[in-house]
Design a binder for this molecule. Structure first.
Ligand code: SAM
Length: 282
């Protein structure tokens, strides 16, 4: 039997290592979120963080927007989902995290959930501290891709009646990051939060190459009956800092439970998607 020829990567492809067919499927603007499920052995460290994202979704972004060997940065790395994905996809990684406990869990997660060979070939560094200070250590223009999920304002401190918060409390799990005043999740005023987040991402982007990509995975939210279009507000702020919007993909969270918010008086959505805000440094 004849071997089928393996599709080749176009030699002009300077962005990634995908074939034309792989590239095409990733160009569709709606993605289904894929997680391991909370009972999976490799989800036990991730579960200790109140707002992790799925490393499999980040892996797709990394494969689409960088090449093997490239350097990926996450300035809000939490328990290291981005670094796990980077190592498994053959990219080097740097992550910043304010809280020592999360930074230690990120290290532990890499040791436990990534084969040693992958960590040798694609080293990952977790730096503990404030992103704004740590960004000064980056060599300009060395990072190919920034991908991150920042704090969603101080929303984790607010949602007293939120079902997910109640479930975590019942299981003795933390429901916010902590009380450090440098934590962007502790900024009370929303406009100030957007401003500070924009400045923090601008500082981190000093490390980013010219025309490099900045990807933010963020969800909109409601607070006291007001709908906050977080994805649009931070995209607008980054345009002020020399970025151009390339795409606003939807990450559909179809596994989430539906609650009858507002019924039968007012339309209140179950927000079952996040936005993948893809921007490019000018
Ligand atoms: C949405 S979480 C990121 C979770 C991460 N994507 C994961 O999967 O584990 C945001 C993280 O930003 C961290 N953070 C908040 N303010 C920070 C700051 N000034 N510098 C560094 N990290 C900060 C929080 O502690 C939190 O872990």
């Amino acid at each position: 039997m004849l071997d089928e020829a393996k599709p080749e990567v176009d030699p002009r492809n300077s962005l990634n290592a995908l074939t034309a067919k792989e590239w095409l499927s990733e160009s569709v603007s709606v993605w289904n979120q894929k997680g391991l499920g909370s009972n999976h052995a490799a989800a036990q460290i991730e579960k200790l963080h109140p707002a992790p994202y799925s490393y499999t979704d980040v892996a797709r972004i990394i494969k689409m927007l960088s090449k093997p060997g490239d350097l990926v940065l996450d300035p809000f790395v939490g328990v290291g989902s981005t670094l796990k994905a980077a190592a498994l996809e053959g990219r080097r990684g740097i992550g910043f995290e304010l809280y020592p406990d999360f930074a230690k869990l990120a290290e532990l997660r890499l040791q436990r959930e990534v084969p040693t060979d992958a960590l040798v070939d694609s080293p990952q560094a977790v730096l503990q501290g404030d992103s704004r200070t740590l960004a000064k250590r980056l060599d300009p223009g060395t990072v190919s891709l920034i991908v991150t999920s920042p704090p969603y304002w101080s929303i984790l401190n607010k949602k007293a009646d939120h079902k997910q918060k109640q479930t975590r409390e019942a299981h003795g799990l933390v429901t916010n990051y902590g009380d450090d005043e440098r934590d962007l999740g502790n900024i009370e005023d929303y406009d100030e939060f957007i401003q500070v987040l924009g400045q923090t991402l601008r500082d981190a982007s000093v490390g980013l190459k010219h025309k490099g990509y900045l990807v933010l995975i963020v969800g909109d939210f409601r607070h006291k009956s007001k709908y906050y279009m977080f994805h649009a507000d931070i995209a607008r702020a980054m345009e002020e800092h020399g970025f151009t919007l390339q795409a606003m993909n939807v990450l559909y969270q179809r596994h989430k439970r539906v609650f009858p918010y507002g019924y039968p008086f007012a339309y209140v959505p179950n927000v079952h998607h996040q936005n993948i805000v893809i921007m490019r440094k000018l």
